[in-house]
Structures are given as C-alpha cells and as structure tokens.
Design a binder for this molecule. Sequence first.
Ligand code: AMP
Length: 356
Amino acid sequence: MVELNIKDMLSSYDIDDLTIVTVCSHSSLQLFHGAKKEGFKTLGIAVGEERRKFYDAFPLAKPDEFLMVNDYSDILSYTDKLKQKNAVIIPHGSFVEYLGADKFLTLDLPTFGNRNVLEWESDRNMERTWLEGAGLTMPTEIKDPHFIEHPVIVKYHGAKGGKGFFIAKSFEEFKRRVDKKKTYTIQEFVMGTRYYLHYFYSPIQNNAYRLDKGSLQLLSMDRRDETTIDEVQRLGSIAELEEIGIHPTFVVTGNIPIVIRESLLPKVFSMGERVVNESLKLFGGIIGSFCLETVVTENLEFEVFEISARIVAGTNPYISGSPYSEFIEPGLSTGKRIAQEIKYAAKHDLLDKVLS
Ligand code: AMP
C-alpha cells in the first residue's frame, strides 16, 4: 500500500491554479489538448530537445511549458519545483515505464487515479484474481507446457507491448523457442476479434451508467496495430513462414478506431461494472480511465487477456470525440474527460477522491 497521504500532498496547493503535468510521450498530446480546453495550465516533462521541438508542430496540444530533464528518473528531484506549480500528474503507460514502478509509487506529487492499482495490474497472478473474481472470463492458463494441445501464446513477465511473446502449437515448438532464463505465462491463444475497450470510472459523479458507487462511461474502443502479426499474411500464412524461421511478433505500432456491434454493449458495461466493483473491494477502486483488452469469440463471448489501469494510447484516434463519447458530449476525448474530472473534484473539494 502506498504510504503517501494525498490530503498532506494537497495541503500546500492552490487548487484554483492547478497545472496538469505529464511526460511528453504516449497520449501527452491528447492530455495537454484536453486540459487546455478545460482551462488548465499544462507542463510537459521531456528528455532532449528533439522531444520538445516536435510539439511546435501541434500548437493546440503543446504544453504551456516544459521541464527538461536528463533522465526521466530525475523527476523525483523536481518535486518541490512541481509542487510550487500545484502540479497534478496524469500518468500514462510510458510515464510509469520511464520512471519505473517503484519510483512512481513513491512520487510525492498528487497523481490522477489510484496508485494502489499498479501491483494488481502488473502481477499476472493478482490481475487474474481481480478479473476472474469480477466474473470475467480470461484465457485458460497452461501450467505445464507438456499439456499444450491447442495454440498458446507465451508471455514473458514484464515484457512491454508484446515484445518477445510467441505462439506455440505443441510442446516441441515451445521447447525450441522458449527462453528458459525468463519467467513466463502460457495462455491459450484465443481465436476471435480483438477489442480494446476504453472506460472511465468516476467515483464522485452520478451522471452516467450508475454503479453502487459513482458511474461508468464508455469513451471509445480501438484495435491495436501490431507488427508483424497483423500484416505478416501479406507474405504467406503464419504456418508457412514459421517453417522458414519467420515468427510473428506483437509489437504495437499504432491504433485503429473501431466500434463493436451494438448488441454487445450491455456486456461491455456489465464487464466494466464488475471490474470496478471488485477493485473497490480489493484495493479501494480503480479511478478514471482503464482499458479491458478483449477477444470476442465466434459465440460472441468476451475473453479478457489484460487490463490497463490508466489512459491507453488507443484513445488517441479520438481527440475530437468517438462514436460513443459523442453521445455524452460532442468532441469529448479521454484527455478532456480526465481534465473535467479534476476540475469537478477541485470545485467540490473532492480532489482526494480522484488523486493519490
Ligand atoms: P498483451 O501484452 O497481453 O497485451 O498482449 C500483446 C498482444 O498479444 C495483444 O495485443 C494481442 O494481440 C495478443 N494476445 C495476448 N493475449 C492473447 C490471447 N490469450 N489470445 C490471443 N491473442 C492474445
């Protein structure tokens, strides 16, 4: 559990003059753009002039100021400076990765979302306890590789963006390809189509899909574009290519907008609701944006292979709204929604309910 006390962190803050801060990568353009639209000051943390320079190309998404650091782990030594600016950190996947999970957990600055979610999300066993406890179906785990009878995906622990994952169809193939020095999980490879569902949970507002506590929104969904698996068939079938030693990889290079058939939306909401309710029981609740990474099978059932507990880059196609957020508020992006939540919380003296 995080020892930091959010009320203490906020005690020196002028909450009418907050600055939205994030690391210049991942979904930062969207976050700055959304925060500016809601009237916040913005600050981007960047390494190297190259990073700073490219924001000139996007004036509406360029932060008001930059904090240039030599290394992202230096952020910790700038906390006093950031406190003077009443900084509220919006973490995204790259923020946590660049800073390192341990440092992120000890960062003495108000941070959007509940930081206690990190251990539940990053440990595959705890993640399974959470999601299965919420009644979601996850791909079957194969404990002993001798029992590989169907295609499986082998996932190395700590691997980011699908790097190094591989598919195996038999024990022999697994044995040939596995790197025994690494720890891994073996999952059934689920056949179906992928949907990455972008939710927003507010514990403090009741103006959307109602939960026991707070409310849930579906802001958008995407499909990740993963190289080489998503286009490898241009050269031949995966089986053919594997015979000549070419193995597909799952490295994310971009995101494709998508909608799901409307009859599946009630299930989408029910899954989100159960994930939130379980999180409230386990660790005080997942707050703000989160994403369920799913495969829909031919029986129209969802299998959830992963959860991301903060803004995902898959929301980037929807800077000016999505086919779902348009029904909530025209032009609503996830970045803007996060800024709105902070604004609402500041106005109603509820910042400690959405920051940690
Ligand atoms: P992950 O790092 O768990 O998000 O996985 C990386 C990518 O591998 C995903 O975006 C999917 O394309 C694919 N993938 C992961 N798990 C499964 C699974 N159990 N069945 C099918 N595809 C999967």
